[in-house]
Design a protein around this ligand. Structure first.
Ligand SMILES: C[S@@+](CC[C@H](N)C(=O)[O-])C[C@H]1O[C@@H](n2cnc3c(N)ncnc32)[C@H](O)[C@@H]1O
Length: 268
């Protein structure tokens, strides 16, 4: 698991300006007339908190589940800042998405931000799909978002000898605190495992002085579109939609992500 999940302030800093996904999930919950939404792997509540705020307006409740205590603590801090009406709509729970079972069924279960790539074993992935199915009411939706395989980024892994390019993929500043976080990234693709080894090299500056640098190494499963489809079909879902971006455009060659929506059959 990524070490950045023990640094929730820096996780949030990395995501400064990422609003498209928040808008997507909030409007999805609204347009489906959801009554109860479960966000798996909710982290610091980046999406969960705006969902609960929308829940207060549109009349749905939200449960956010995460296995990392520090991320949830940050989510709780943010939730405490929300108006009372939204606070009443939100429950944050410590748990594992492979195992957690709610008391009442949900009509929408989402896994945003490629969190599903943290599960490396097929059996663990299947557990999440099966749990989502059990946690849904008949007719409910399960939404899984992940990144598209990036063959150009993997190409260097096939060079002989293999090469590893280092690229800066995040450079963000927390203006009030004058903290700048620069993230460099290397990716090594393991074709026989269908996973990437990702190394993030972080540098944290205060004004222009380096205050800390650290390395975060983790592995990530690479999903292919047809495999995602099979996971849904194998666990009893119908495929309702497949988007290639947050504007709900279809998946195509240039898509960088895929968002698949499975529906639990109404008689399921
Ligand atoms: C990329 S973050 C996404 C957080 C949040 N959904 C967002 O969009 O910012 C991935 C999250 O997955 C959580 N996670 C990883 N494996 C998990 C598991 N088996 N059960 C629950 N949460 C898990 C991590 O703790 C982390 O908070």
């Amino acid at each position: 698991m990524s070490d950045i999940y023990r640094r929730p302030d820096e996780y949030d800093l990395e995501h400064v300006g990422d609003e498209e996904d928040v808008i997507f999930y909030v409007s999805l919950a609204r347009s489906l007339h959801s009554k109860s939404v479960l966000e798996l792997a909710c982290g610091t509540g980046r999406i969960t908190v705006p969902l609960a705020e929308e829940g207060a307006r549109s009349g749905f409740s939200v449960v956010g589940l995460d296995s990392e205590g520090d991320m949830l603590k940050q989510a709780r801090k943010k939730a405490a800042q929300m108006p009372a009406a939204a606070r009443k709509r939100l429950l944050l729970v410590h748990g594992d998405m492979r195992k957690w079972h709610g008391r009442d069924p949900f009509d929408l279960v989402v896994v945003p931000c490629a969190s599903i790539t943290h599960l490396l074993a097929l059996e663990d992935q299947l557990e999440v799909w099966r749990r989502a199915f059990q946690n849904l009411a008949p007719g409910g939706r399960f939404v899984v978002e992940t990144v598209m395989p990036n063959f150009s980024a993997y190409a260097d892994s096939f060079a002989n000898p293999p090469r590893t390019l280092v690229e800066i993929d995040r450079d963000v500043t927390d203006e009030p605190r004058k903290i700048r976080l620069i993230r460099r990234r290397t990716i090594t693709y393991l074709p026989y495992e269908q996973r990437t080894q990702i190394r993030f090299l972080y540098e944290k500056y205060h004004r222009k002085s380096l205050v800390e640098s650290y390395i975060d190494d983790f592995e990530s499963h690479v999903y292919f579109p047809r495999e995602l489809r099979l996971l849904f079909l194998h666990t009893g879902f119908e495929i309702e939609d497949l988007f290639g971006d947050y504007n709900r455009r279809p998946l195509r060659a240039s898509s960088q992500l895929m968002i698949m929506i499975g529906k639990k059959p109404a008689d399921g």
